[in-house]
Design a protein around this ligand. Sequence first.
Ligand SMILES: [Zn+2]
Length: 103
Amino acid sequence: MQSKTMMKTNCPRCEGPIPNEAHHGQYPGALSRTDNETEICSSCGHDEAWEQMAGVLRPREKWDAWLQWQQLYIDNNSELQDWVTDLKIKEMKEEPPDGEDEG
Ligand SMILES: [Zn+2]
């Protein structure tokens, strides 16, 4: 029986152990730079640091694990599937915004 105070959590960004494989659940991971409260694993913490420096920080909606979860969830929900299809059609119909002037 295990009764540790800390839960073994997995990174919502990559689904890896927090803070890392060797110390799973032994100490807290990094805080996501997207909201400063979501706990992510050390390696994602590094990733985000670089992404932020490069100005390409991925929002939660673009995290791999999140996208996979969405996919799973949607696959099991026909109502949601219709809704998403609807959204995709709307997106396709929308004109891409122009006005990128680079000289
Ligand atoms: Zn991670």
